[in-house]
Design a protein around this ligand. Structure first.
Ligand code: MG
Length: 467
């Protein structure tokens, strides 16, 4: 009898410890994604006048990447890549005719794609999306049809649905923005919650939704995707941030996003979740330079949003996981938003889809200080055109083109490609192609192999809304 009781106690203890271990091994994930934030827009990336104490602390407590890439220089393809782990050309989420989805688009993220939210749902995660989606605004494309339990946010960019008869014409409206100039809907799941969205309170409200979601779901694993709709122009910020930043309006907007990051990290600390939650911060693409002071800066990197120079696609990348990621690390390793897909699924105990090419690699060895990045190569696409390839320190530009406006009509092919050593020359100033024919040959082989296995489905961005 006593032996049986003892055995029972041992079994119970094992079960309880087993459950505890299992829970401890299933981390939560939070991905905070800014919109059009440049490489040089944060204090911890060298900005002299924008104060970002929360992001600086996140970097000081975690890992700051200096060579972290988005998979595109514009919104829709970049977000598709983050959530599918695949180059946008593989999912049809890019186009040479329309660079992103618009309110009159009829396409969106194909049901056949396995989103990060869907993959984590398989592992029993609760999933919430709070912010700008931009992967299709029809019901079948919205977050709640693509693996998210709940959604609160705008379905496309904050400058779409411009009401042309309200406010000043053209660019002037963007440079002195008022909420009523744009008729952007704010959605709760599949319903319009508010229209036009009050963009002055939007950063705060996304944050509150994310914080509530974390508190409600703290007893099971969760995935929070918090894609802020700012600092994409038109710029808006809450009352508490008005005229606070030495950098002016743009700085106010970034400082509110920084506040939001602080709220999320404080919530994780206060709820005892910090040591079981991996948080990433990045941006979908570089700064929108054509908007002058309303756009950010890529710092020492060349150009910005819309092109395949480094300023268009290299982004701040900060990873935070107390107890797992050693504090104060700066990583020079090559990594991409697509790698977050593969890394999160792997850490959740899930399986990476095997029936398709996934471009993301597992960067957890880098995060945990156990090895180098499996990523050696980055492909720089503009629409369906492979413009440039980075391999190791070397970047070869086969085609260069200006980002927007008259510059965008200047498309130049380079044979041999322009070649830069990004470790020596991050600003892409010194073309060294005549000195390194062997590197050009090596990168050409990578391009040929990449093209051979590439299957590009029809573009979702070219489908119009049926009237
Ligand atoms: Mg963007």
């Amino acid at each position: 009898m006593i032996r049986n009781l003892l055995a029972l106690v041992v079994v119970c203890v094992c079960l309880v410890r087993g459950a505890g271990l299992a829970a401890a091994e299933t981390p939560n994930f939070v991905i905070i994604y800014a919109d059009d934030l440049g490489y040089g827009d944060l204090g911890c990336y060298g900005n002299p006048t924008i104060r970002t104490p929360n992001l600086d602390r996140m970097a000081a407590e975690g890992m700051r990447f200096t060579q972290f890439y988005s998979a595109s220089s514009v919104c829709t393809p970049s977000r598709a890549a983050l959530l599918t782990g695949r180059l946008p050309i593989r999912s049809g989420m890019c186009s040479d005719k329309r660079r992103v989805l618009f309110p009159n688009s009829g396409g969106g993220i194909p049901a056949s794609e396995v989103t990060l939210a869907e993959a984590l749902k398989e592992q029993g995660y609760s999933t919430g999306c709070f912010g700008k989606w931009h992967l299709g605004h029809l019901p079948q494309f919205l977050p709640t049809s693509n693996g998210f339990d709940t959604y609160f946010g705008i379905p496309y960019s904050n400058d779409m649905d411009r009401l042309n008869d309200v406010g000043p014409k053209g660019r002037a409206a963007f440079l002195d923005p008022k909420v009523e100039y744009w008729n952007v809907p704010l959605m709760q799941d599949l319903e319009v919650y508010e229209r036009p969205a009050d963009q002055t309170t939007i950063t705060r409200r996304y944050t509150e939704h994310a914080v509530d979601f974390i508190k409600k779901n703290k007893s099971k694993p969760f995935f929070v995707y918090l894609p802020h709709s700012l600092p994409h122009v038109p710029l808006f910020r809450g009352k508490a941030f008005e005229n606070k930043s030495a950098r002016g309006l743009y700085g106010d907007v970034i400082e509110e996003i920084d506040w939001s990051v602080g709220r999320v990290l404080d919530t994780l600390r206060n709820e005892g979740l910090a040591e079981n939650t991996c948080v990433f911060f990045s941006s979908d693409n570089g700064p929108w330079l054509i908007f002058g002071e309303h756009g950010g800066t890529a710092g020492l990197l060349k150009d910005g949003k819309g092109c395949t120079w480094e300023g268009g696609m290299r982004e701040p990348g900060i990873a935070w996981w107390p107890g797992k990621i050693s504090p104060g690390k700066v990583s020079l390793e090559l990594a991409s938003t697509m790698d977050l897909y593969t890394t999160c699924i792997s850490l959740s105990g899930g399986k990476i889809p095997q029936d398709r090419i996934v471009d993301g690699v597992d960067i957890s060895p880098v995060l945990f200080g156990k090895g180098s990045s499996p990523r050696e190569t980055m492909f720089y696409y503009r629409g369906t055109a492979l413009m440039a390839i980075r391999h190791g320190a070397w970047k070869a530009h086969y085609i260069t083109q200006g980002a927007y406006g008259p510059d965008a009509r200047k498309r130049e092919k380079h044979d041999p490609p322009l070649l830069f050593n990004l470790n020596h020359d991050p600003s892409e100033r010194f073309n060294v192609n005549s000195k390194h024919p062997e590197i050009i040959k090596q990168i050409q082989k990578i391009a040929d192999e990449h093209r051979q296995q590439l299957k590009a489905p029809p573009s979702q961005l070219e489908i119009s809304l049926k009237k």
